[in-house]
Design a protein around this ligand. Structure first.
Ligand SMILES: *[C@@H]1O[C@H](CO)[C@@H](O)[C@H](O)[C@H]1NC(C)=O
Ligand SMILES: *[C@@H]1O[C@H](CO)[C@@H](O)[C@H](O)[C@H]1NC(C)=O
Length: 403
């Protein structure tokens, strides 16, 4: 009792003496970061915006969940006083799995220097790649307490790869590169976690609306969506495995490999799986008239005969069974049916042919308004199921800055 009593004034004293100087010296360390994610109406790509370079420039990037790293076009309009090429044989080069030493036969500029570590920036939408210089520059982003955006923080030597202007072909208008979120040491989430020493976790919550932004978090929850719902509390977990046939940076579950992708607008299935799903679905919906198929879909229905529910059109739910039969991801009408015209709804799955690299690739449409948390340290995926059940959506993060 007495010791506790004596301890208190001592603590107060220490606090009073130490706090002014430590506040002045210690830089703010965020617990998590937040980014708005928009959906581009014409390409159906999900777009993030990061500030990069000195002076800072906002850069739009197509989100690539399985991508290896951040790459941007360095050929056009790259001006920065803090650009640093990564030398070949350096520690950063091996961290980035770089290969070879780049040479450049013109005057030095971003993307074109001698003795630099090279990598292969790839456009995973068009499957185009090129050689490019690895480099570092300043990246800044807003921190968050999980409820609102907080103060802006920056990473002074964020590693990325220099792509070329032609590599942007096929990406949404205004986009200057891709933000890779994959399982590598230099993916965007890995670098933020290292820079600020927070949990190697990140979460994406893609909005189904092209007018209202979804959200992405780097770091652990809370992830609060209006009205005051911490969706990190209601996640179901499944292990992530490395798919021997898919790219190593991709996020895969279950036997045979079900991959999740943000660069595929819709789920793609190997032909025999696709046919089986289609057949079962059509049988369940036997009382609804089918109409002519609208590409790329194979089963379309008259929407006049389909009722609506809180989780979209009233159609049979589809379960993706994950690591065991007791853990499954249920896809409801809002994530399975695509409104292609006023009166026509199509099952939003696409035939991937008889010999794809991955038998099922779950696409963006199927994960909209679901929160997905990737935990890189424990290799597991947390998913919320449709947020409509919790009366919220991915467009409900409060982006009003906390004063
Ligand atoms: C790279 O080295 C070559 C040969 O030494 C030289 O011709 C060229 O100008 C150098 N390029 C840059 C960008 O420094
Ligand atoms: C959003 O956050 C701001 C800042 O904390 C707050 O003033 C405002 O009430 C919040 N909006 C809603 C709808 O809760």
């Amino acid at each position: 009792m007495t010791s506790t009593f004596h301890f208190l004034p001592l603590c107060t004293l220490l606090f009073l003496i130490i706090s002014p100087s430590s506040l002045a010296q210690t830089s703010f360390r965020p617990k998590a970061l937040v980014l708005p994610i928009s959906k581009d109406a014409s390409s159906l790509q999900y777009i993030a915006q990061l500030n990069q370079r000195t002076p800072l420039v906002p850069i739009k990037l197509t989100l690539d969940l399985g991508g290896q790293f951040l790459w941007v076009d360095c050929e056009q309009h790259y001006a920065s006083s803090t650009y640093k090429p990564i030398r070949c044989h350096s520690a950063q080069c091996s961290l980035a799995n770089g290969n070879g030493c780049g040479e450049c036969y013109s005057s030095p500029k971003p993307g074109c220097n001698n003795n630099t570590c090279s990598q292969f920036p790839d456009n995973t939408v068009t499957h185009t790649a090129t050689g490019g210089e690895l480099a570092q520059d300043v990246v800044s982003i807003q921190s968050t307490n999980g409820l609102n955006p907080g103060r802006v923080v920056s990473v002074s030597s964020f590693i990325f790869t220099c792509g070329s202007t032609f590599l942007l072909k096929g990406l949404a208008s205004g986009v200057k590169g891709m933000a890779g979120l994959g399982r590598t040491r230099i993916s965007v989430p890995s670098q933020f976690s290292t820079a600020f020493s927070f949990h190697r976790k990140f979460a994406i919550c893609l909005s189904s609306s092209t007018s209202f932004n979804g959200v992405m978090f780097f770091g652990d929850g809370p992830y609060v969506l209006l009205p005051n719902n911490d969706v990190s509390k209601s996640l179901i977990y499944t292990p992530l495995i490395k798919n021997p046939v898919s790219t190593a940076s991709a996020y895969t579950q279950g036997f045979g490999g079900t991959k999740i992708s943000t660069v595929n607008p819709y789920t793609i299935m190997e032909t025999s799986i696709y046919n089986a799903v289609l057949k079962a679905f059509i049988k369940e919906l036997a009382n609804v008239p089918r109409v002519a198929s609208v590409a790329p879909f194979g089963a379309c229905f008259s929407s006049k005969n389909i009722g609506s529910t809180r989780v979209g059109p009233a159609v049979p739910q589809i379960d993706f069974v994950l690591q065991s039969e007791s853990v499954f991801w249920t896809v409801f009408g809002s994530n399975s049916m695509v409104q292609v015209s006023k009166d026509v709804l199509c099952l939003g799955f696409v035939d991937g042919g008889s010999n794809p690299r991955t038998s099922i690739v779950i696409g963006g449409y199927q994960i909209e308004d679901n929160l997905l948390q990737f935990d890189l340290a424990t290799s597991r995926l947390g998913f919320s199921s449709s947020l409509s059940f919790q009366r919220t959506t991915c467009a409900n993060f409060n982006f009003t800055a906390n004063a």
